[in-house]
Design a protein around this ligand. Sequence first.
Ligand code: GCO
Ligand code: MN
Ligand code: MN
Length: 390
Amino acid sequence: MPSPDPTYVPTPADKFTFGLWTVGNPGRDPFGEPTRPRLDPVDIVRRLAGLGAWGVNLHDNDLVPIDATASERDAIVSTFRAALAETGLCVPMATTNLFSDPVFRDGAFTAPDAAVRAYALQKTLHAIDLGVELGASTYVFWGGREGAEVDAAKDPIEAIKRFREAMNFLCAYVKDQRYGLRFALEAKPNEPRGDIYFPTTGAYLGFIETLDHPEMVGVNPEVAHEHMAGLNICHAVAQALDAGKLFHIDLNDQKAGRFDQDLRFGSESIKALFFLVKLLEDSGYDGPRHFDAHAYRSESPEGVWDFARGNMRTYLILKDKVRRFGEDAEIQSLLEEIHTSSGEGPPTSYSRASMESLKSRTFDRQVLAAKTLPYERLDQLVVDLLLGVR
Ligand code: GCO
Ligand code: MN
Ligand code: MN
């Protein structure tokens, strides 16, 4: 790993991205009106480029209003493309807003009303065209309204089938158009629905294998969403990596057991996110590091850029801590001790002979149980490292 810049200033090589909806978040919440003015997408692009970000992501309607005519759409897109060309920022990911408009109040691809499902699919076809026009190679599906409050009203198996039909249709579209696009499914347990179908990244990993083109489809795990479900984001991402399905990642932060907070990356869960950064960096994941977060509602318009800077700075600090972890002789020797086995391991593959030999082996349980596991020392070293006294 190359030595990091000790000033923790990002460059496009770090592949940091933000959504138009993240830094552009006006601070509306269920109890209050916006606290900041709407930002022009072109200004967002310029500011992000100035801060060293690599890319900007968008929902169709972050850029093009839902009621825009074809010529209005083309004018908006061409102005936006000019800003991308001027700054060098790319659009690596795009997605569809299938949650804001009242038409989606009871779902999009899983809506009980067949005409709403058809509209959701049509809207996504246009949004995919837009994403591809802007150069996106990953297309995210976050089913914000795909869920229920009243389970009596809907059959959850039917919902899964409908979601599958939509994915199969859209994969076929991408292939038919010869678009170089992969899909990334983003799970969330609840909010805005009482319960959302496919509540975790693991649920989507199981579902993907039931699709017509599973190779085109991966996941987009989000820190806050796994934490809302009380899960370990690092373990969820590890499973995605193991399956070759980590196509994208939404970085942010979240206190467990709360509403979806979408906090600045590393503002809460420093140890958990250290291990997440370690996993991403050690695994060789080379996709975007996307911050799906927004500034506190109390923040000023200018303070939003402190928020943006903070996400990237914390990632780079944690990345530097990962390097130090790897170079720390005491930590490494403890790990070596911990990873040393007390004897021969299981057979590497099954054969009659290896099975028979295992069956007849004698194990000294007391010896195995007596091996020291100095996790207290190890964990304290990590805490020292993260708190900056090491
Ligand atoms: C949320 C989600 C969204 C999605 C976005 C892209 O909880 O609001 O995380 O921000 O990531 O809609 O699909
Ligand atoms: Mn979220
Ligand atoms: Mn997200």
